[in-house]
Design a protein around this ligand. Structure first.
Ligand code: MCA
Ligand code: AMP
Length: 524
């Protein structure tokens, strides 16, 4: 049977000239395609040489990585695929309680972390039974590379079927702990192949990569897109609007969350002349405001292509690259919509879930968005009941997003049935943060709501109620939260109130809090 390892497909797309530049970094380094091939072979050989007991359930070893963005971090991801192991990317903002949960839940055989975190991360990992902890920093140092340097630069990619597990991506839950979405080689490759076609990747395309590589957008959509097209990447370690704008004349494709577009629009250097060489600007991970969509058209002279996806499904819908022949100019990129279901993906909108998955709804009616396709994950790591709950009897995944489909098939997202805040493209689940707040001394209860924010799109605001007789200090609560949770999850403001609004059933009316605080950041 053909080897369906995703790495094999990516490697096959490398250009014939292996000495051409594959990645150019913002600190002046160049990596050739040959460098990527050799380095992934060396790291894959290292992984395969480790003394790891085979798992009774046959699941390949997991490699968890909490490392700063670097080309070597991307090489670690590709090497993990190449070795046939399973990659588990972790946001660098996660703190010890979060890391303890992920490592305890996924029981990785290998953990890779920044050298400044080695002491506490290795303690957590060793306690959880991980025997191999390496370091990797963003300046090409660390024990991972030192050890890999002792291995050969030839390696035969592990043989994989389409359904074999390639990555576990953790997404927070509306209740309880984070869930690990299990993505297979087939999920990732089918999506990448569809996007190559749909976004019309062309010879000579050059991608500006300025997103973090521990989430689906930067790790899969951007990297797979460039590699599967044999395209060079201009690699930005950290997003800096000025530096991205400076690179536009050398590039053709850019992918960003809406906050990146907002920040670039604030730069006088963004002009139509500067963006003239670009072919495609893509936005996703959070709603793109129509004002930003329109401003970008005027200032950069391009129409942003907005698309929609999830960690569990990778990309689901996209506005078209070109008008669809069936609809002529009626099928252009439409601001405020996330476009059409991608080829091979089924998207439907259903009414209230009555246990049957919900009734079909007519065109333009708002309901729950459900999806099916070769890109959709197989389930949550070791959570069969959760997996069962999130799928309908006929195999559609309930996204938790609320939206509608028009008669041409454009999908518009109007809200979410899940209590989720998307801040600068990162997901924050209020239930998780409220859980931490509620455990703090003197706190009786709390509610966190998302409110509009000019930079991050949406941010969390906390309303906290003190126990009788207790005195609470909002700044102290925020400081205490910062010590426990990733920084992007911290509410941007905290208010101490005497009570929370409740309906007759006693449920907190978050909609009222959202209205109360909706203008909080308007003038910011
Ligand atoms: C940083 N801060 C944030 C965020 N980022 N607060 C809320 N939301 C955020 N996203 C806070 C920090 O805690 C800090 O607060 C202050 O802002 C400045 O931090 P700094 O690190 O300097 O911020 P930055 O480097 O400018 O980061 C902003 C950013 C970043 C570049 C917009 O958030 C980012 O790269 N976002 C992209 C996320 C992404 O790739 N999402 C894709 C997920 P303090 O000073 O108080 O400590 S994949 C997905 O959603 C699906 C599948 C899809 O469809 O793509
Ligand atoms: P994640 O859990 O990080 O994979 O985030 C997935 C969620 O991001 C989706 O369920 C949507 O709520 C949201 N999302 C992604 N792309 C878009 C978009 N273009 N517009 C609105 N929401 C989006």
């Amino acid at each position: 049977m053909r080897n369906q390892n995703l790495f094999v497909a990516l490697r096959a797309a490398f250009p014939a000239d292996l000495d051409a530049t594959a990645v150019e970094t913002d600190n002046g380094l160049c990596y050739s395609w040959r460098d990527l091939d050799r380095a992934t072979a060396m790291v894959a050989n290292l992984l395969q040489s480790l003394d790891i007991a085979p798992a009774a359930d046959g699941v390949p070893p997991r490699v968890a990585a909490q490392v700063e963005k670097s080309v070597e971090a991307m090489i670690l991801y590709l090497a993990t695929l190449r070795a046939g192991f399973v990659f588990l990317p972790l946001n660098t903002a996660y703190q010890s309680a979060e890391i303890e949960y992920f490592i305890g839940n996924a029981t990785p055989a290998v953990v890779v972390c920044g050298s400044k975190n080695f002491n506490w991360v290795s303690k957590i990992a060793f306690r959880a039974g991980t025997r191999h902890v390496f370091t990797l920093d963003d300046d090409r140092t660390g024990s991972l590379l030192e050890r890999a340097a002792r291995h050969g630069d030839q390696q035969t990619p592990a043989h994989k079927g389409a359904d074999d597990l390639a990555a576990i991506v953790y997404t927070s839950g509306t209740t309880g702990r984070s869930k690990g979405a299990m993505l297979s080689h087939g999920n990732l490759l089918s999506n990448a192949a569809v996007l190559k076609d749909y976004w019309d990747w062309q010879p000579g395309d050059v991608l500006i990569h300025a997103l973090p590589i521990f989430h689906v957008h930067g790790l899969f959509v951007a990297i797979h897109g460039a590699l599967l097209n044999g395209s060079k990447m201009l690699w930005h370690g950290k997003f800096d609007p000025k530096r991205v704008i400076a690179d536009l004349p050398r590039a053709t494709v850019f992918m960003g969350v809406p906050t990146l577009y907002v920040r670039m629009l604030a730069e006088p250097g963004l002009t139509q002349a500067q963006a003239a060489h670009m072919r495609l600007f893509i936005s996703g991970s959070a709603p793109l405001l129509i004002e930003i969509f329109n401003d970008w058209r005027t200032r950069a002279g391009h129409t942003i292509l907005e698309r929609y996806g999830m960690s569990e499904t990778i990309m689901l819908t996209s506005n078209p690259c070109f008008p669809d022949a069936r609809y002529g100019n009626q099928s252009e990129r439409r601001g405020g919509t996330v476009g059409f279901a991608l080829p091979g993906v089924s998207v439907r909108v259903r009414g209230e879930d009555d246990g049957t998955g919900g009734q079909p709804l007519p065109v333009d009616e708002i309901g729950g968005i459900q999806v099916k396709g070769p890109n959709v994950f197989s389930g949550y790591w070791q959570m069969p009941e959760k997996t069962h709950e999130e799928f309908t009897a006929d195999g559609f995944f309930k996204t938790g997003d609320v939206g509608k489909l028009d008669e041409r098939g454009y999908v518009t997202i109007v809200g979410r049935s899940k209590d989720l805040i998307i801040s600068g493209g990162y997901n924050v689940y209020p239930a998780e943060v409220e859980g931490y707040l509620n455990e703090m001394p003197g706190v009786m209860e709390s509610a966190i709501v998302g409110v509009p924010h000019p930079d991050f799109g949406e941010v969390g605001v906390a309303v906290v109620i003190a126990k009788p007789g207790a005195h609470l200090d909002a700044d102290r609560l925020i400081a205490q939260l910062k010590a426990k949770l990733a920084n992007f999850k911290i509410p941007k403001r905290c208010f101490i109130a005497s009570e929370l609004p409740r309906n007759t059933m006693g449920k907190v009316q978050k909609n009222l809090l959202r209205v109360q605080y909706q203008r909080l950041f308007q003038a910011a």
